[in-house]
Design a protein around this ligand. Structure first.
Ligand code: HSE
Length: 300
């Protein structure tokens, strides 16, 4: 008995919602193939596409470790599975690479066992996988990877996840500049205290973005996607960040910002043609700086 599962890349933060907002794209993503085996235990038999960077050891790999946690929780440690992980998206890109793998693994085991848990109930196991991957159990990649679309994390304790509506025909243009930014490091550089005057700007924008999603108001979405807390610090990791923003906005982007902890950047666009133009122009600018890029355009 075996199953193949794909889980998508995700854009966490959505600019102004640090750790509380994220959405899933169609592609790229990761693939897990899981097979039942007679003996109990979880093993990784193969990893492709990671250039040897991910651990094969079951307790250290986020996919197997979260499957082990899941099996302990549902009291089925008698189960044995072999896992193949095929990375089809870049690691350390700010596109939720570890969460795509973890979510694919959890979805696979839950399906093989005839769905003892629903998708909401699987989120905490995926969050533990994130903690293993980057030292922080944030949910703004794993929740949208599991639930699809836009997800708001209204609260972590207790966990309160809300699926949000969003305008049809919203496109996401993503560019991954090939400079490695581990989430662990990108989290360390953020200040843990904020000024009240900045917080006022930030929560106005978050409320504006969520309202814009509900009202399907692209202009409100665009003018709300401003981050005064995290982006000013993290943008220094991304070559020519503010120049890239000017390029995207000049081509009709609704918004521009860092995807998750970076270095990927993303824009919303109202159609595929605009999204294609934005990715091409950003890639061209980065290539001129001798920086290689991968680009993705996806409906949301
Ligand atoms: N909210 C997290 C961060 C997402 O910005 O560190 C990491 O992908």
């Amino acid at each position: 008995e075996s199953i193949k599962v794909f889980a998508p890349a995700t854009v966490a933060n959505v600019v102004c919602g640090f750790d509380i907002l994220g959405f899933a794209v169609d592609a790229p993503g990761d693939e897990v193939i899981m097979r039942r085996k007679a003996e109990p235990g979880v093993v990784i038999t193969k990893i492709t596409g990671d250039d040897g960077r991910l651990p094969m050891e079951a307790s250290k790999n986020t996919v197997s470790a979260s499957v082990q946690d899941y099996l302990s929780y549902i009291e089925r440690t008698d189960i044995g599975v072999e896992i193949e992980l095929h990375k089809k998206m870049p690691i350390g890109s700010g596109l939720g690479s570890s969460s795509a793998s973890t979510v694919a693994g959890l979805f696979a085991i839950n399906t093989l066992l005839d769905e003892p848990l629903n998708r909401m109930q699987m989120v905490p196991f995926a969050m533990k996988g994130e903690e293993l991957a980057c030292g922080s159990g944030h949910a703004d990649n794993v929740a949208p990877a599991l639930l699809g679309g836009f997800v708001l994390i209204r609260s972590y304790k207790p966990l309160d996840l809300i699926k949000l509506p969003f305008p049809e025909s919203l496109y996401c243009a993503i560019v991954f500049p090939e400079v490695d930014v581990p989430t662990r490091d990108a989290r360390r550089m953020i200040r843990d205290k904020v000024l009240l005057k900045d917080a006022v700007i930030q929560w106005g924008n978050i409320a504006g973005l969520v309202t814009g999603l509900f009202m399907k108001d692209l202009d409100l979405i665009g003018r709300s996607m401003i981050d005064v807390l995290v982006e000013p610090v993290r943008s220094i990791l991304i070559p020519d960040f503010y120049k890239l923003r000017d390029i995207a906005m000049g081509l009709g982007a609704i918004s521009f910002g860092i995807s998750g902890s970076g270095p990927s950047v993303f824009s919303f666009a109202k159609d595929k043609d605009t999204a294609d133009k934005i990715t091409l122009a950003i890639k061209k600018h980065l290539n001129a700086l001798q920086i290689g890029c991968q680009t993705y355009v996806s409906p949301i």
